[in-house]
Ligand binder design. Structure first.
Ligand code: NDP
Length: 453
C-alpha cells in the first residue's frame, strides 16, 4: 500500500467510527494529506501505525452538567473533555462554552492542539473541552452556577501534572475564576490546574493578550521573510472577542491599520481605523452587540448578517492587505477567498482555529496569497499558558515586558520551525505542510520512543 492509500484508509476509518463529526474529519484530512512528503521519505511512521494511533484520543470524557437558573429551575447541559495526547507533557487546551459545541468540534480542536502544542517547543500534550452551554443572556449568577457544576465533574480528571485546561470561546477570566474557586473548594488545594487565571491569584501577565499579539508577531515574521513590512498595512480582522481585540491592539502598536471587526450578528467597517477603546467598552465591559459600536461612530459602516453577500461574509469583502480570521471555524470560504484575492490581499493569517474552509485554502495557496495556518499563528495563547504554568511551579510572577519578550521569541521560533521545515520538504513558504510535519514529527518520534502504550 502506498502512503497515500494508507492515509485514505485511516480517513475512511475515521469516517466510519466518527459519524457526523465533520469538523474532526476536516482537520484530520488536512493534517494527514500534508504529511505525505514525510511519510514517503520515512517508513517508520506507517510501520508503527502512528496515524491509526494519533487520531484516537487517549480518553474522551462526556458528562452531564445540571445547574440551577435564576428561577430555581434545573437546567442540563453536556460537558466534554477530550484528552488527546500526553506524549509531550500534561494535556493542555482550552474549554469552549458555545451552543454549537459537540464531540466532533471538541475532537477537531483537540487534534489540532496536539500539533500546535508540539510546535511551541514546550512540554505540553493536546486536549480540548467545553460545553454546549450558551453564556449569552445568562446572569452572572447563572454563569457561576454553571461553572461550579461543570467543575464538580471535571475536577476528577485534571491536575497540574495531568491536564491543565484554559479558556476559549465563551470562557474568559470570569469563568476561569468560578471554575478555579470550585476546584479549590472540592480539593482544598490551591494549584495551577487552570491557566488564564486572574493576575491576583496565579495568572500570568500577557496571557489575555497572548493569542492576538502572537498572531501579529507571526504575521510580521512571515511578511519579513518575504521582504514585506507590516507597517501601514490595511488589515481586516473578524471576531470581536479575546483574539480579535488583542490582534487589533497589536496591529496599532506595529503601525498597521485594522479597519474591521465582527460578531455573530454583524460586521463593522471603520475605514479610518477601529476605535479600540469603544470596541473594548462594548465587548469586554458591556458585552453588547457591535450595533452599539456603530451607534457611537456614525462614520463607520455596520453590516448585519442579514445583509451579507450571498454565501459569503462581509468582513472579507472589504479591501485589505492582510486578513486575520479570528472568530470561529469555517468563517472564510471560497467566495470570501476570491474577494480577498480580487482586492489584492497579501496574507491570510489565521487567529481562530480552522477558520478557512479547505476550498478557500486551496484557492488562497494556488493564487499566491501567503497563508499562515492557525495551529502555528495562534499558538501564542497556549505558549503563554505554559509560561503561566512555569511561573506557578516556581511561585514567581514575571513582568509584562518579560513575558511579552518570551512570547515574541516563541512566535519567531514557531514561524522558523514551520518555514524551515517547508524548505526541507521542498515547498518553501507552504506553512501548512511545514507546520503539520514539524508538529507531527516531534509527537510521532516521541510516540515511537515511548513504545506502544
Ligand atoms: P471569544 O469568545 O472571546 O470571541 C469569539 C468571537 O467570535 C466573538 O466576537 C463571537 O461573536 C464570534 N463568533 C463566535 N462564533 C461565531 C459564529 N458562529 N459566527 C460569527 N461569529 C462568531 O473567543 P476567542 O477570541 O477566545 O476565540 C476566537 C477563536 O480563536 C476560536 O476559534 C478559538 O478557538 C481560537 N483561539 C483562541 C485562543 C485563546 O487564547 N482565547 C487560543 C487559540 C485559538 P459574539 O460576540 O456575537 O458571540
Amino acid at each position: 500500500m502506498t502512503p497515500s492509500e494508507h492515509v485514505q484508509e485511516v480517513l475512511n476509518y475515521i469516517k466510519e467510527c466518527s459519524p457526523g463529526q465533520d469538523e474532526f474529519y476536516q482537520a484530520s484530512h488536512e493534517v494527514m494529506f500534508s504529511l505525505l512528503p514525510l511519510l514517503n521519505e520515512d517508513s517508520r511512521y506507517l510501520d508503527n501505525n502512528i496515524l491509526e494511533r494519533i487520531v484516537v484520543p487517549e480518553r474522551s470524557i462526556i458528562f452531564r452538567v445540571n445547574w440551577l437558573d435564576d428561577n430555581g429551575k434545573v437546567q442540563t447541559n453536556l460537558g466534554y473533555r477530550v484528552q488527546f495526547s500526553s506524549t509531550l507533557g500534561p494535556y493542555k487546551g482550552g474549554l469552549r462554552f458555545h451552543p454549537s459545541v459537540n464531540l466532533g468540534i471538541i475532537k477537531f480542536l483537540g487534534f489540532e492542539q496536539i500539533f500546535k502544542n508540539a510546535l511551541t517547543g514546550l512540554q505540553i500534550g493536546g486536549a480540548k473541552g467545553g460545553s454546549n452551554f450558551d453564556p449569552k443572556g445568562k446572569s452572572d449568577n447563572e454563569i457561576m452556577k454553571f461553572c461550579q457544576s461543570f467543575m464538580s465533574e471535571l475536577y476528577k480528571h485534571i491536575g497540574k501534572h495531568t491536564d491543565v485546561p484554559a479558556g476559549d470561546i465563551g470562557v474568559g477570566v470570569r469563568e476561569i475564576g468560578y471554575m478555579f474557586g470550585q476546584y479549590k473548594k472540592l480539593t482544598g488545594e490551591f494549584d495551577g490546574i487552570l491557566t488564564g487565571k486572574g493576575l491576583n491569584w496565579g495568572g500570568s501577565k500577557v496571557r489575555k493578550e497572548a493569542t492576538g499579539y502572537g498572531s501579529v508577531y507571526f504575521a510580521e515574521n512571515f511578511l519579513n521573510a518575504n521582504d514585506i513590512t507590516i507597517k501601514d498595512k490595511i488589515c481586516s480582522v473578524s471576531g470581536s472577542g479575546n483574539v480579535a481585540i488583542y490582534t487589533i491592539e497589536k496591529l496599532y502598536d506595529m503601525g498597521a491599520l485594522p479597519v474591521t471587526c465582527s460578531d455573530s450578528r454583524g460586521t463593522i467597517y471603520h475605514k479610518k481605523g477601529i476605535d479600540l477603546q469603544t470596541l473594548k467598552a462594548v465587548k469586554e465591559i458591556n458585552q453588547e452587540s457591535l450595533e452599539a459600536y456603530a451607534q457611537l461612530h456614525n462614520d463607520c459602516q455596520y453590516i448585519p448578517v442579514s445583509k451579507y453577500p450571498t454565501g459569503g461574509h462581509a468582513v472579507w469583502h472589504v479591501p485589505c492587505d492582510i486578513a486575520f480570521p479570528s472568530a470561529t471555524q469555517n468563517e472564510l470560504n471560497l467566495i470570501d477567498a476570491r474577494e480577498l484575492f480580487k482586492n489584492g490581499c497579501l496574507l491570510v493569517n489565521e487567529g481562530a482555529n480552522m477558520p478557512s474552509t479547505p476550498e478557500a485554502i486551496e484557492f488562497i495557496t494556488q493564487n499566491g496569497i501567503l497563508f499562515a495556518p492557525g495551529k502555528a499563528s495562534n499558538a501564542g495563547g497556549v505558549a503563554t499558558s505554559q509560561l503561566e504554568m512555569s511561573q506557578n511551579a516556581s511561585m514567581a510572577q514575571w513582568s509584562f515586558e518579560e513575558v511579552d519578550i518570551k512570547l515574541r521569541s516563541i512566535m519567531r521560533d514557531i514561524f522558523y520551525t514551520a518555514y524551515n521545515t517547508s524548505i526541507e520538504f521542498e515547498c518553501k513558504g507552504d506553512l501548512i505542510t511545514g507546520a503539520n510535519i514539524a508538529g507531527f514529527r516531534k509527537v510521532a518520534d516521541s510516540m515511537i520512543e515511548q513504545g506502544a502504550v
